[in-house]
Design a protein around this ligand. Structure first.
Ligand code: GLA
Length: 708
């Protein structure tokens, strides 16, 4: 990202650019107006508390500057204590008080937690694990996504809520269910099995096509009758990978059908209120959120730091960038994060002073127009009592409370940035289907994982302040100067064709190893590796040579290559025998099974070039790869002192530079403008205190240059 602000856009490139979806009153990606300008609050579970506490809640929310809360997420048993008997009175009072206090409500359907009476009356709605055991009650999310009984009941309670609160002044947005697919990887009950067979009929048409797609001639798996097909079960050996991949797709579709049923019931009654559900962008490998993004009015995301990860803030940035990309670049809702420790990691480290502010404002920097938490007040009882909250057990004298109220003031000071958008020059392909397929059993190396592949490039780009937009496979990437494709194991011919057109049109493409291997049925592309990417990359791969655990290889610049690097670099996990067919060799393996053979190549094609990386370099190696590739793409970028993250949001109103200092030293970054958080005017360099955040409305002249 250049540190010089861009010229002001002539017109807003936000909602106006989003095509209308006929028949819908809420245009997709429309910001829920009642959450404007920047929503601040969290999950609110008043059903846990006596009325005196609920009254205090509203008063303290006002004190903290809370503008919005999510109510009712797991309140089914408190709203319908027995079948057909409703107790909405307490919720009426809660919503009335919130409305009176000017606090908007993201009203949740409670369907992620069917009550015990429901599960015991209808035990067939409980999910069944792969080993055939039925998952019990006493937790939450105990429902089978294919159960028609569950779907009817869920739609029923959703409709009741919409009927009752359709005109409530507090109602700002609907929040359907909660983190679909987070805890149930798929249901293996008889009803799911029947639905799976129906789903397979629709997908494959007839049994011959299914047998062909699944490669059932191998291991005597040929099906003669639909009734022989099961959901994947515990079996003596890995179940057919194409069957498992289809089961992933089926499960994702079934959860989405649950969402759609509730959404459509609500939409009928409240066509003007946006509807969403909360995603876990980088943390839920089970849902294909590209498809989910097509269904929601605005993307809402949850993010929890892995507390022991020293680079957790980089992963946080990645999650935020995925969320923004899912929402087509428009402002998205950070539905949940934590004020301090969570309760479900092995060691639940508390956030250090200032970390809450850095975390929340990083999400905002990356396009969130909301900073919401799980949860408002810490629970005294139940499974999550050791999870942090906006209002901790110790109340308003606690450090967390002070940091929370300070964040409320920060967000209020930042209100003019609402609606502005983040721009990126680098795109990165992100594909859930390929992730599912890559991590099935019997792959060349268990050390190759999708998130690792993506994170290595993302982290290197983060270190250079290159903001990344994630790109859906098959989508047109031509607006990016560089497109990074980390280990795209499953590559369809359509995706490959888009990549080729992109390069021919002048784009720079960087693909990493184990890409282009299988088609949508997990069958190896004819002719070997990298299948449909062979032409664009100008090479083929004779054999994979995965490395033993803890082994390393080294890489040297190829003698003839034009490279700035004269370092010997180290790589692990993977090596392979690359045979060039038009690609030039930039680096070679200096040792290991492919000693002397290409490790990094560049293939000029049309007006662009495609790079290929045949191994997994250490962090420094990825940095050096990016030196070459970014220079080739003409991206110069703006470096900040180490550990200082820079992201820009812009709108016709202004260009806003967010600087987040993750390091222990006060620092100054070139530039100038008005500090929105302190009101200070920076004329010759913007100061970012150690561990702090600075947001400046940048000075700019008509040509987009800084004031200097
Ligand atoms: C998820 C859920 C919340 C809560 C948090 C705890 O995000 O949606 O209800 O359980 O995890 O971190």
């Amino acid at each position: 990202m250049p540190l010089v602000p861009p010229p002001a856009p002539a017109v807003a490139d936000g909602l106006a650019a989003v095509p209308d979806r006929t028949g819908l009153r809420v245009p997709p990606r429309a910001w829920p107006v009642r959450l404007s300008p920047i929503a601040f609050g969290g999950d609110y579970t008043p059903e846990q508390w006596p009325d005196a506490v609920r009254r205090e809640d509203v008063a303290l929310m006002r004190e903290a500057g809370v503008t919005a809360v999510t109510v009712g997420v797991f309140a089914w048993a408190m709203l319908e204590p027995a079948e057909g008997r409703y107790t909405f009175g307490w919720l009426d009072t809660v919503l009335d008080r919130l409305a009176e206090a000017g606090i908007a409500v993201d009203l949740a359907t409670p369907t992620a937690a069917p009550p015990p009476w429901f599960s015991t009356t209808y035990p067939e709605t409980l999910p069944v694990a792969r080993d055939g055991s039925t998952l019990g009650i006493g937790a939450r999310e105990s429902f089978c996504p294919s159960s028609s009984r569950y779907r009817d009941a869920a739609t029923g309670i959703a409709r009741r809520l919409a009927e009752r609160y359709r005109d409530h002044p507090a109602l700002a947005m609907w929040h359907v269910n909660n983190e679909y697919g987070a805890h149930v990887a798929g249901c293996h009950c008889p009803e799911s099995e029947r639905s799976f067979r129906e789903w397979l009929r629709t997908r494959h048409g007839d049994l011959d096509a299914l047998n062909e797609a699944w490669g059932t001639a191998f291991w005597s798996q040929r099906y003669q009758d639909w009734a022989e097909i099961t959901v994947p079960r515990v079996a003596p050996m890995p179940v057919n990978p194409a069957q498992q991949l289809d089961f992933h797709r089926f499960t994702d579709d079934e959860f989405r059908a649950c969402f759609r049923a509730e959404r459509d019931a609500i939409r009928e009654l409240t066509p003007d209120i946006p509807i969403t559900t909360n995603f876990m962008a980088t943390a839920c490998p089970r849902m294909d959120y590209w498809r989910w993004a097509d269904e929601v009015d605005v993307v809402a995301n949850n993010h929890y730091l892995v507390a022991e990860d020293p680079e957790g803030h980089v992963e946080l940035a990645m999650s935020a960038d995925v969320a923004r990309s899912l929402n087509d670049g428009s402002p998205w809702v950070l539905m949940e994060h934590s004020t301090s420790a969570v309760n479900w990691q092995p060691r639940n480290l508390a956030k250090a002073p200032g970390q809450l502010r850095r975390n929340s404002l990083t999400h905002v920097a990356r396009g969130a127009d909301a900073a919401m938490f799980f949860q408002w007040r810490a629970s005294r009882a139940g499974a999550e009592k050791f999870h942090s909250a906006m209002l901790p057990h110790g109340g308003t004298r606690t450090r967390v409370w002070h940091e929370v109220t300070a964040l409320g003031s920060d967000l209020s000071a930042l209100r003019e940035i609402a609606g502005s958008r983040v721009t990126a020059e680098v795109g990165m392909l992100w594909d859930w289907e390929s992730w599912w397929a890559l991590e099935l059993e019997y792959r060349p190396s268990i050390d190759v994982t999708y998130l690792d592949a993506v994170r290595r490039f993302y982290a290197a780009l983060w270190r250079r302040n290159e903001t990344v937009d994630f790109v859906r496979p098959g989508a047109d990437p031509s607006k990016f100067r560089l497109l990074v494709v980390p280990s795209l194991y499953l590559t369809t011919p359509t995706t490959a064709a888009v990549l080729r057109t992109y390069v021919e049109g002048g784009g720079r493409l960087l693909v990493s190893f184990f890409s282009g291997i299988v088609d949508e049925h997990d069958a190896v592309h004819p002719g070997g590796f990298p299948g449909p990417l062979r032409e664009v990359l100008g090479l083929w791969i004779d054999e994979f040579h995965p490395l033993p655990a803890a082994a390393a290889v080294h890489l040297d610049p190829a003698p003839a290559a034009d490279t700035r690097s004269r370092l010997r670099l180290r790589a692990t996990v993977w090596s392979e025998e690359v045979v060039c067919e038009g690609a030039e060799v930039i680096w070679r393996f200096a040792d290991g099974p492919d000693c002397g053979l290409p490790a990094l190549t560049r293939h000029p094609l049309g007006a662009g070039a495609a790079w290929y990386l045949a191994t997994r370099p250490d962090g420094e190696g990825v940095d050096r790869v990016l030196d070459l590739v970014l220079a080739d793409a003409g991206i110069t970028g703006g470096r900040t002192p180490e550990g200082v993250e820079a992201v820009r949001r812009a709108s016709p109103l202004g260009s806003y530079l967010f600087l987040v200092n993750h390091g222990p030293v006060d620092t100054t970054v070139p530039g100038g403008g008005v500090d929105l958080l302190t009101g200070e005017r920076w004329a010759d360099g913007v100061r970012v205190p150690a561990g702090g955040v600075t947001v400046v409305r940048e000075d700019r002249t008509a040509d987009g240059d800084t004031h200097r």
